[in-house]
Design a binder for this molecule. Sequence first.
Ligand SMILES: *[C@@H]1O[C@H](CO)[C@@H](O)[C@H](O)[C@H]1NC(C)=O
Ligand SMILES: *[C@@H]1O[C@H](CO)[C@@H](O)[C@H](O)[C@H]1NC(C)=O
Ligand SMILES: *[C@@H]1O[C@H](CO)[C@@H](O)[C@H](O)[C@H]1NC(C)=O
Ligand SMILES: *[C@@H]1O[C@H](CO)[C@@H](O)[C@H](O)[C@H]1NC(C)=O
Ligand SMILES: *[C@@H]1O[C@H](CO)[C@@H](O)[C@H](O)[C@H]1NC(C)=O
Ligand SMILES: *[C@@H]1O[C@H](CO)[C@@H](O)[C@H](O)[C@H]1NC(C)=O
Ligand SMILES: *[C@@H]1O[C@H](CO)[C@@H](O)[C@H](O)[C@H]1NC(C)=O
Ligand SMILES: *[C@@H]1O[C@H](CO)[C@@H](O)[C@H](O)[C@H]1NC(C)=O
Ligand SMILES: *[C@@H]1O[C@H](CO)[C@@H](O)[C@H](O)[C@H]1NC(C)=O
Ligand SMILES: *[C@@H]1O[C@H](CO)[C@@H](O)[C@H](O)[C@H]1NC(C)=O
Ligand SMILES: *[C@@H]1O[C@H](CO)[C@@H](O)[C@H](O)[C@H]1NC(C)=O
Ligand SMILES: *[C@@H]1O[C@H](CO)[C@@H](O)[C@H](O)[C@H]1NC(C)=O
Length: 467
Amino acid sequence: MFNSILYSILIASLVNASTIPLGKMADIAKIGTQEDIFPFLGGAGPYFSFPGDYGISRDLPEGCEMKQLQMIGRHGERYPTTSKAKSISKTWYKLSNYTRQFNGTLSFLNDDYEFFIRDANDLEMETTLDNSVDVLNPYTGEMNAKKHAREFLAQYGYMVENQTMFAVFTSNSKRCHDTAQYFIDGLGDQFNISLQTVSEAMSAGANTLSACNSCPAWDYDVNGDILEKYDTTYLDDIAKRLNKENKGLNLTSTDANTLFAWCAYELNARGYSDVCDIFTKDELVRYSYGQDLETYYQESAGYDIIKSVGANLFNASLKLMKQSEIEDQKVWLSFTHDTDILNYLTAVGIIDDKNNLTAEYVPFMGNTFHRSWYVPQGARVYTEKFQCSNDTYVRYVINDAVVPIETCSTGPGFSCEINDFYDYAEKRVTRTDFLKVCNVSSVSNSTELTFYWDWNTTHYNASLLRQ
Ligand SMILES: *[C@@H]1O[C@H](CO)[C@@H](O)[C@H](O)[C@H]1NC(C)=O
Ligand SMILES: *[C@@H]1O[C@H](CO)[C@@H](O)[C@H](O)[C@H]1NC(C)=O
Ligand SMILES: *[C@@H]1O[C@H](CO)[C@@H](O)[C@H](O)[C@H]1NC(C)=O
Ligand SMILES: *[C@@H]1O[C@H](CO)[C@@H](O)[C@H](O)[C@H]1NC(C)=O
Ligand SMILES: *[C@@H]1O[C@H](CO)[C@@H](O)[C@H](O)[C@H]1NC(C)=O
Ligand SMILES: *[C@@H]1O[C@H](CO)[C@@H](O)[C@H](O)[C@H]1NC(C)=O
Ligand SMILES: *[C@@H]1O[C@H](CO)[C@@H](O)[C@H](O)[C@H]1NC(C)=O
Ligand SMILES: *[C@@H]1O[C@H](CO)[C@@H](O)[C@H](O)[C@H]1NC(C)=O
Ligand SMILES: *[C@@H]1O[C@H](CO)[C@@H](O)[C@H](O)[C@H]1NC(C)=O
Ligand SMILES: *[C@@H]1O[C@H](CO)[C@@H](O)[C@H](O)[C@H]1NC(C)=O
Ligand SMILES: *[C@@H]1O[C@H](CO)[C@@H](O)[C@H](O)[C@H]1NC(C)=O
Ligand SMILES: *[C@@H]1O[C@H](CO)[C@@H](O)[C@H](O)[C@H]1NC(C)=O
C-alpha cells in the first residue's frame, strides 16, 4: 500500500521525458574523475576491469589454438530498479523539500540540480545515449555493450571469421535482451545472428539462464543473523554529519545507505554524480564490504544452496565444452543477471568457501571476495578452451583478467589441463541437485537446460519483461 502510493508519487512528479539532455561545460571537467570509486559501489556503478589480474597475459598462449569460447555476461549500466527508485525518490523528496540553502557536501543541490530519474519508463532499463541525463555520459549500457563487441572482435574475431551465422542467448529481461542486441549491433552487419530469448520466469524450471528465479526454496532472508552483526554506525555518522551541516534536515541511516545507490545509478545515467562526493573514503570501504558480506551469504558461497543453483548452468557449460569438436558453433555468448553469474562462479569454485567472510570486522587481507570485481554492470566471464600441441586446456577470463583456478593452473597461461579440469569440475558438481534443493517441481516440469542444443528447432522468443 505504502509502496504503491510512493510509486504513484514518483510517476506524477517526473518531468517531461522529451527534454533534450543538455550538458554543461562544468560537466566536462567532472566526467571521468570518479572512476576510482567504481569498485566501492557493490557492482551497481559503471563497468571496470577486474583489479586483481596478477599480470597474466590475456593473449592466447604461444603455439595454441582456440577451440571453444563461452561467455556469460551481465546486462550493462542501467537505471535503478523500480523498488530501488522508490527509496532513492524518498530521500530526494526530503532534500527537495528543504527550504534553506544547502551547506557542505550537499551544496551542489543549490545549483539547479536536476534529479537523475526523469521518466518512470527508464526504470529497470539500460542507460543509452538517448535516455542519458547528460549528452556527455560515457557510461551507458548501450555503448558498453557495443564496445564489448568490438573488443570481442579484436580479441577473438578469428573464432567467428568463417562462422557469420550463429545463435546468441539472452534471458527475457528487457535490459539483458537490449544488452545482447547492442552487442550484436556492435559486431557489425557481416554477421547473421539468431538471438534466442530464453524465459527467466519460474515456469522455465531448469531450462533457463536464471536458475535463481526457478527456486521457490530460495530464502531471501537467509543468514540474517550473520549479516546483522556488521557495524553500520558509519551510516548514522553520514546522516548526522549532513543533518548537522544543514539545520532542520532529517536524514536517517536508511537515507545514508540509499545515497550510495543514488551515487552509483546517477553515474550510469549522467556520467558523474555529486552525491558520490558526500562520502569519505572510509565510508566507501565500509559500504563496499557490507555489499560483499551480503552477497557472499545470500547469493554465493556462504549460502549452501547456491552451488546447486549455479551448477545448472555450469553443467551445461561442461557439456558444451565436451562437445567442442562436434558442435559447429564455436562461440557461445549468453546475457543474464549478476545473481546468475555469481551463482555460476560459486559452482565453478572461483568463488568458494575456503575463506568465509566475517561480519565482526573488515578482513582487509582475508577478503578474497569483492562483489564489484565480479559483477560490475556489463560484467563478462569467458571460458577459453584451447589446444597447445597435443594437450587441451581451460581457463577463465573475468572482466578482462585471467583468473586462474588456484589448484589447477599449471598449464600455459595458468590454464588447467582439460582432464584435470573435468576431474576438478566433477568434484565441484557432485552432489549438487538443483531440482531437489530448489523444489523446482513445485513450479515447473522442465528438468533440463536444453536451449543451447534445441534453439534451432524451438526458437526461443519469450516476451520481454521489465524486471
Ligand atoms: C516532499 O516533496 C514531495 C514531492 O514534491 C511530496 O510528495 C512529499 O510529500 C514531500 N514531503 C516529504 C516528507 O517527502
Ligand atoms: C577461415 O577460412 C579461411 C579460408 O578457407 C582459412 O584460411 C582460415 O584458416 C579459416 N579460419 C578459421 C578460424 O577456421
Ligand atoms: C540468416 O540466417 C537465417 C537462418 O538462421 C536465414 O534464414 C537467413 O536467410 C539468413 N540471412 C542472411 C542475410 O544470410
Ligand atoms: C555549514 O557546515 C559547517 C560544517 O561543515 C558549519 O561549521 C557551518 O556552521 C554550517 N553553516 C550553516 C549555515 O549551517
Ligand atoms: C525534522 O524533524 C523535526 C523534529 O521531528 C521537525 O520539527 C522538522 O520539521 C523536521 N524537518 C524537516 C525538514 O522535515
Ligand atoms: C565456511 O562456512 C561453511 C558454512 O558454515 C562451512 O561449511 C565451511 O567449512 C566454512 N569454511 C571454512 C574454511 O571454515
Ligand atoms: C602428439 O601425438 C602424436 C600422436 O599420438 C605423437 O606422434 C606426437 O609425438 C605427439 N606430439 C607431442 C609434441 O607430444
Ligand atoms: C551436474 O552434473 C553432475 C554429473 O556430472 C550431477 O551429479 C549433478 O547432479 C548435476 N547438477 C545439477 C545441478 O544439475
Ligand atoms: C515444495 O513444494 C511443495 C508444493 O508447492 C510444498 O508443499 C513443499 O513444502 C515445498 N518444499 C520445500 C522444501 O520448499
Ligand atoms: C506438470 O505436469 C503435470 C502433468 O502434465 C501437470 O498436471 C502439472 O500441472 C505440471 N506442473 C507444473 C508446475 O507445470
Ligand atoms: C539444429 O542444430 C543441430 C546441431 O547444430 C543440427 O544437427 C540440426 O540439423 C539443426 N536443425 C535445424 C532444423 O536446423
Ligand atoms: C514465438 O514464436 C511462436 C512461433 O513462431 C509464436 O507463435 C509466438 O507467438 C511467439 N511468441 C512471442 C512472445 O513472440
